[in-house]
Design a protein around this ligand. Sequence first.
Ligand code: NAD
Ligand code: LMR
Ligand code: MN
Length: 567
Amino acid sequence: MSDTTSAGKAIKVSVTGFDLINKPMLNKGVAFNESERNTFRLHGILPPHIGTMEEQIERRLKGMRSFATDFERYAFLRELQDSNETLFYALLVRYIDELLPLVYTPTVGEGCQHFSEIWRKPRGLFLSYPNKQRIRDILADPRFDPVRVIVVSDGERILGLGDQGAGGMGIPIGKLSLYTACAGIHPDLTLPILLDVGTNNTERLSNPLYIGWRHERVVGAEYDAFVEEFVEAVVERWPDILLQWEDFAGSNASRLLEKYRDRLCTFNDDIQGTASIAAGTLLAAVNVTGVKLTDQRIAVLGAGSAGCGISNLLLRAMVDAGLDEDLARASFYLVDRNGLIVEGMEGITPAQEPFVQQRDAIDTWVLEKPYQVGLLEVMRNAKPTVLIGVSGQAGAFTEPVIREMAKHVQRPVIFPLSNPTSRSEGTPQHLMEWTDGRALIGTGSPFSPVTWNGKTTPVDQTNNSYIFPGIGLGVLGAHARRVTDGMFMVAAKVVAAMSPTAQDHNGRLLPPVDQLRAVSLAVAKAVARQAQADGVADPCDEATLDQRIQSFVWEPKYCPYELVPPC
Ligand SMILES: NC(=O)c1ccc[n+]([C@@H]2O[C@H](COP(=O)([O-])OP(=O)(O)OC[C@H]3O[C@@H](n4cnc5c(N)ncnc54)[C@H](O)[C@@H]3O)[C@@H](O)[C@H]2O)c1
Ligand SMILES: O=C(O)C[C@H](O)C(=O)O
Ligand SMILES: [Mn+2]
C-alpha cells in the first residue's frame, strides 16, 4: 500500500522490497539508497552500486538511442514505463522533443499495429465484450480508487490506420502519458481503457499472437448497450471522473459524444481537442497573413469527426468575431469521399448538415462532373485561404491542388493533419515547393525542418496534444462537472496567444513541443476559469483556483520511502 500522490514528502509504504522493485510507480532501480536497502531488505536483490536518477536517465537514453528503429525505441520505452514509471517520466519530460514522437504520434501507430507481438505486462483495462457482466467487478479493484481521468478507445479508427482491435490500447496509454508528461497529472490518477468489442481487421484476427477477443466487431444495439453498461459502471465507481473518448470510428464518435456529454464530465478529443488546436494554429496564422478570421474561406478534406469538429469551432469563432452565421457557414467547403458536400447529396450526416453548400452557390462554377466536385475544383472556384486535411488519405494534397490554391492566395494556410506520417495529406517540403515558399504549414505528425531558398524552418505540429492535457488539468483543478465547448475555444486562444507570431509576424505558428508543459498549464488555467464562467464549476478566487491546479502537477522525482509496519 502506498500514498504516491504526495510528491516531495517521504512516502510511507508497507510492502516488501521485492514488491517495491516490481511496482512501476514505486520502483527506483539502482537509485534505492543505503537506508532504503536496509529497511526493505534490498541488499543482494539489487547490485551494489547506488545510482542517481541523473545516471539512470543517461543510461536509458543511451540504450534507447542504440536501437535501429523507432518502433524498437517505442517498445523499449513502454517497457521502462512498466518497470520504473518515475524514471520513464523524468526521461520523457527532459527529452520531450526527441521522445514525444516515440511514445506518441507517429510511432504509437506501429505500437498499436504490433501491440500483440510486444505485449509484456498489463497496463490499464481491457473490457472485453464477453466480460460484459463483469465490468463493475473489474472496476471495483481498490488499486483504481485514486483514478480521476480515463481515456477510452474501442480501437476502430486508430489514427489513419483503421481498425486495430485490442491493439488500439496503445492510444489511451500514449494519450495518458501526455497527461502526465505535459500536464503533470500523476499516473495513479489515470486509467487507459480499451473496449474490446472485436475487430474486423482480418490480419489481426488471423494472427495467432493476437491478444484481443477473436471475433468480428459487435455493432448496433448490442454495441450501444455495451457502451452504456461501461459508462454507467464508470459513473457509479467515480461520479466525478473525466472521460476522454479517443479514436472511435465514423458515426460512433459524434453519436456517443452527444449521448453522454450532458450525463458526465466528458469530451471527444478527435472532435473537440482537434478543433481547438486547428483553430489555435489558424488564429496564429492570421497574425502572419493579415487576413481576418471573418474573411477566411476554409476547405476541409475529410468531413468526419475531426473535419466537422474543426468546422464547428471555426464557425463559432467567426460568428463571435461578428460575421453573420449564414455567411460564415457559406465560407466552409467540406469535401468527403464523394466530393464537395452539396445540398441534395445522399448520405449527409447530422454533423455535416450545417456545412452543406447550397446548389445555387456553386451554379456558376466550372465543373468537370456536375454532381461530384473534387478538391481541385473547390480550389479553382472557391479560392480558399485555408486548406485542412483530416481524411487519412496520404498525398491527397496533390501538386495541381496546391498550385491551384497558391494561384489565388498570397499566403496559403495548409494543415495536413492526418496521422501518422504515412497518412499525411502532404509533406511540408512539397507544400513549400508548390507554393514557392509561401505556404504556412501545420502538420498532425512531426516532420523534419523544411528548407526553402536556403532557409531552414521548423515545421509546427498541429496536434491535439497541445490541448487535451491542459483541458484535463483545468477540469481537475476547477472540479468541473462538465466539459464545455467554451473550454476548447479558450484553449485555442491561449495557444494562439503563446504563438511566436503574436510577437514576431515572421515567427513560427506554434510554441515548440518542448514548451508543452507551459502551454498545458496556461490552457489549464484558462479552462478552469471558463468552467466557472460556464457555470459547470463552483466559483472561487483566482489564487485558490491556481493553487488547486498546481496541486495536481506532479514532478517525476524519487521520494524517500519509510516503512509503515503492517498493523
Ligand atoms: N492532428 C490531429 O491532432 C488529429 C486529430 C484528429 C484526427 N486526426 C487525423 O485525421 C484523420 C481523420 O480522423 P477522423 O477522426 O476525422 O476520422 P473519420 O473516419 O471520422 O473521418 C475521416 C473522413 O474522411 C473521409 N474520407 C475518406 N477518404 C476520403 C477521400 N479520398 N477524400 C475525402 N474524404 C475522404 C471519410 O469518408 C470520413 O468522413 C485521421 O488520420 C486522424 O489521425 C488528426
Ligand atoms: O493521436 C494523435 O496524434 C492525434 C489524433 O488524436 C489522431 O487521432 O490522429
Ligand atoms: Mn485521436
